[in-house]
Design a binder for this molecule. Structure first.
Ligand code: NDP
Length: 485
């Protein structure tokens, strides 16, 4: 396999690659080996200004096109992403450490799904007509203007597309700032969008740490901010956006419950728990990390889960046989190890995992804790790593109360063969994205987002259109105008 990693330059602005070596140097590290595979420079104030100016100019050109023409461009970009899926997946693997087995089916492909879906919707975006006697009102669905997207490091391509596709479908321009941990893939998304026909300035990528994101969020010319990140960052970005009364979408963290009743199909439930905890080495916001298992099934469940987790292949991430990769960075590894130590210290039973592999890179074997109680740190805080906690429960009412006892509300899942119970329980769980006898599916057709501290707004589906457009109301008087004097 070839490693198409070194970008032409750090930023993509106004349809071309841009460099400014005055910006702080950021090493891009392949998490599987710890090697530096590329370097980018953080955006300087001059680069940020260039991106904002280009975005404002490009947005006018883009918004003047018909929805159908915009949609055709986005659909073409989707096609290019699919055609280049192999190279983009290798790049994503190098950027994040996620195995090619995953990136080849879940990253550029899901980005393409978003471009295709919103490309298809672009021509159908309309206002409405409201008749009021002989007068009438019409509404125009207008773009917001220049939008800023700020991404986390776990799904760099997907996040760049999930934010870019609805924004562009509605006629906005975007400046996207990837996480400094994974800066490469978004540049490819920008390149492909321009190759497909997006006018210069409509989709720009600038690199940098939090302060670059902060400068963009604080700029009065920016109309909207969409962040995927942690709750603490969400609080800061939301507050900064509120100061400028900007529109926001916040896709934040979680500590989601996965509830397994003892009538569930055991193999299905184990598969669900694996998908809810170990995909992307557990670095998924919607993960069901609190696995509540009913008393009658718990022992058998834990035994089977440990057996299947033991078959995970921790090899070269570029080898399609590898099913479990390293953590994204030394820092993330340290955080996860800290939580494992806390779990042990607070009395949880470590069933398996938690060992560092004797090789370079940030490798950690997947962890199962049993006997976890609601007050333990590992059951309360988002770990963002491959650490699954099993909590035993007895009754339906009890598990609903315990599942909801968290500040988060991103996702929730239920495994049961009792049809009525499945829907009854899901209806009572405080979470934005729920699953019955499944976990972590995220089709672009369905709204995705969180309740409580897990977020504001929704990505994907028609719901995202509401977050990237605004209505202008126009009252039309057909008769004479009256006035009191
Ligand atoms: P962070 O919250 O640390 O960072 C998210 C992004 O915000 C990064 O690009 C970061 O830049 C940037 N940022 C940090 N501070 C500021 C600031 N003051 N102003 C503007 N931008 C800022 O998250 P991680 O990258 O560590 O990602 C993990 C988190 O993301 C987890 O909590 C996870 O749950 C959440 N997440 C949520 C998802 C969802 O859809 N709900 C999906 C995926 C992840 P930099 O990193 O360069 O400093």
């Amino acid at each position: 396999m070839t490693y198409p990693t070194q970008p032409e330059a750090s930023h993509f602005i106004d349809g071309v690659y841009v460099e400014d070596t005055d910006g702080a140097l950021i090493d891009v590290i392949y998490p599987a080996t710890g090697e530096v595979i590329a370097q980018v420079h953080a955006a300087t104030p001059a680069v940020i200004e260039q991106a904002i100016t280009a975005g404002l100019r490009g947005q006018k050109v883009w918004a003047a096109m018909t929805g159908r023409d915009r949609g055709r461009v986005l659909t073409k970009a989707a096609m290019l992403l699919r055609e280049r899926n192999h190279d983009l997946s290798v790049l994503e693997t190098m950027d994040t450490g996620k195995p090619y087995q995953e990136t080849s089916v879940a990253d550029a492909t899901s980005g393409a799904d978003a471009l295709e879906y919103f490309g298809g919707l672009a021509a159908s975006l309309t206002g409405e007509h409201i008749q009021l006697g002989e007068d009438w009102v019409y509404t125009r669905r207008e773009p917001l203007g220049l939008c800023v997207g700020i991404g986390a490091w776990n799904y760099p391509t997907q996040i760049a597309c999930w934010k870019g596709a609805p924004a562009l479908a509605c006629g906005n321009a975007m400046i996207f700032k990837p996480s400094e941990t994974t800066p490469l893939s978004a540049l490819k998304v920008a390149e492909i969008l321009h190759e497909a026909g997006v006018p210069a300035g409509v989709y720009n990528v600038v690199q940098g740490m939090g302060e670059v994101g902060g400068a963009l969020v604080g700029d009065p010319r920016v109309a909207k901010v969409s962040l995927t990140g942690s709750v603490p960052t969400g609080r800061k970005v939301y507050a900064a956006a509120a100061a400028g009364l900007k529109h926001v979408t916040m896709e934040l963290g979680g500590k989601s419950p996965l509830v397994i009743f003892d009538d569930a199909d055991l193999e299905d439930a184990v598969s669900g728990a694996i998908m809810a905890n170990f995909y992307s080495s557990g670095q998924v916001c919607s993960n069901g990390t609190r696995v509540f298992v009913q008393k009658g099934l718990r022992e058998r469940f834990v035994a089977r889960l440990a057996e299947r987790v033991g078959t995970a292949v921790l090899g070269d991430p570029l080898d399609p046989e590898t099913s479990f990769g390293p953590l994204v960075s030394a820092r993330q590894l340290e955080i996860v190890q800290g939580y494992i130590a806390k779990g042990v210290a607070e009395g949880a039973r470590l069933v398996c995992g938690g060992e560092r592999l004797d090789r370079p890179g940030y490798w950690l074997t997947p962890v199962i804790f049993d006997g976890v109680s609601d007050d333990m740190t590992i059951a309360r805080e988002e770990i963002f790593g491959p650490v699954l906690s099993v909590l035993e429960f007895e009754s339906e009412d009890e598990v609903i109360t315990r599942a909801n006892d968290t500040e988060f509300g991103l996702s929730a899942g239920v495994f049961t063969n009792d049809l009525r119970r499945a829907h009854r329980v899901i209806a009572q769980l405080d979470a934005g994205t729920c699953f019955i006898n499944s976990y972590n599916d995220a089709p672009v057709e369905a709204p995705f987002g969180g309740m409580k501290s897990s977020g504001v707004g929704r990505e994907n589906s028609r719901a995202a259109i509401e977050h990237y457009s605004q209505l202008k109301t126009v009252y039309v008087r057909m008769g004479k105008m009256e006035a009191p004097f």
